[in-house]
Ligand binder design. Structure first.
Ligand code: PLP
Length: 379
């Protein structure tokens, strides 16, 4: 699905020397590389504060802790997402409220959010799924009306721009009260282990969060709040510092691959190509509203699982994100949910298939993948 080796070979010398620097100066934890990366990411995202942490799941959890959410508070999020999002809500004894998504862009549905709001609702967690931002303008309007926090799960969309109706742009993850991301190796900006970060423009919240990630300490050995230990290590920061300046180029390579996939599947019956939402009508050269963490098709009128098997037999890796809606997962089953409220999520779980997507895909690989799929459908 991803070619981490090919990408590494391309930047090997700079990566190696930057890791070597860390080994030589032995500042393994909170060393200068971490600080440098924090500053570089703040500049790239145009956000006041980046707080690095150990992984994307922690980033979400710490964001919720920082906002002071309390057990019993209801937190609305998308049913169609990776479990980490709902996991941290449950872990903090908050009440997850899963809602349906849009069938075109796979992101959280605005009407479903509105219908789910109760007096106990305290926050909305939009997940910018597969590389494009949810409808943040509408979400921020709802949040304002109902006095809710917005926590953006930006694990899949780092570098994507969100375009407002008036044409202004902001980086996904920097629009809500707080954003969280992951640097898991296969993410668009991936390190060589685990890593994550929290973003916010709010000075007080940033201060609170900086203490939470470090055992609730604001002054050494003074523990003011219950915190956690969640750090980005210096070696991962060294890797990320080398890769961050290449992020736009990497995302561009993903967009180029997506364009080629789209072209090959144009007009193919039974296949729906990914839709670009949010002010960008097409995948254009200048715009970066969709950074294609995944290239996800919907197939209709053919057995998706048989297609997956056929591709695997032809040595084409593919993935199904996500095969089981969260409201059907044992850990998150709840009598509050009504299956008919999740028509789109249920449908997508049966129809989606994600194709190989990374920065090193060449024309030959794309031609092989697309022709194998098209031939199978036409058989
Ligand atoms: C990857 C991912 C996470 C979790 O990130 P980790 O670094 O693996 O903890 C959370 N949410 C979404 C949507 C993700 O894709």
């Amino acid at each position: 699905m991803v070619d981490l080796k090919g990408q590494y070979n391309d930047i090997k010398d700079t990566i190696n020397s930057s890791i070597q620097d860390v080994l030589e100066n032995t500042a393994y934890i909170n060393g200068p590389k971490v600080h440098e990366f924090q500053k570089n990411l703040e500049t790239y995202l145009g956000v006041k504060h980046v707080i690095p942490c150990a992984n994307g799941t922690d980033a979400l959890q710490i964001a919720m802790m920082g906002l002071g959410l309390k057990p019993g508070d209801e937190v609305i999020t998308a049913n169609f997402t990776f479990a980490a999002t709902v996991e941290v809500i449950a872990l903090l004894n908050l009440t997850p409220v899963l809602v349906d998504v849009n069938e075109d862009d796979f992101n959280i549905n605005i009407e479903a959010i509105k219908n789910a709001i109760t007096p106990k609702t305290k926050a909305i967690v939009p997940v910018h799924l597969f590389g494009q931002s949810a409808n943040m303008e509408a979400i921020m309007d709802i949040a304002k009306t109902h006095n809710l926090f917005v926590i953006e799960d930006n694990a899949q969309a780092i570098g994507a721009n969100y375009t407002y109706k008036n044409g202004t742009k902001a980086k996904a993850g920097t629009i809500g009260h707080v954003g969280a991301t992951s640097f898991f190796p296969s993410k668009n900006l991936g390190c060589y282990g685990d890593g994550g970060a929290i973003f916010t423009n709010n000075d007080d919240l940033a201060h609170t969060i900086r203490g939470i990630v470090n055992h609730g300490m604001y002054k050494r050995y003074h523990h003011d709040v219950v915190g956690v230990n969640s750090r980005l290590d210096s070696i991962q920061a060294a890797v990320l510092n080398t890769k961050l300046p290449k992020l736009d180029t990497y995302n561009k390579a993903r967009q180029t691959a997506a364009k080629k996939y789209n072209k090959a599947f144009e007009g193919v019956d039974k296949i729906t190509i990914p839709k670009i939402a949010n002010g960008c009508k097409t995948i254009c050269d200048a715009c970066d509203c969709h950074v294609f963490h995944q290239y996800t098709l919907r197939v209709k009128g053919i057995d998706r699982d048989a297609l997956v098997k056929h591709l695997n037999e032809n040595e084409i890796p593919c993935g199904v994100y996500y095969p089981i809606p969260l409201h059907k997962q044992k850990a998150y089953v709840d009598s509050r949910y009504n299956d008919t409220d999740f028509a789109v999520t249920n449908q997508l779980a049966k129809e989606v298939i994600s194709l190989p997507m990374h920065t090193e895909l060449d024309n030959e690989q794309i031609a092989y993948i697309t022709s194998t799929i098209i031939n199978y459908i036409n058989e």
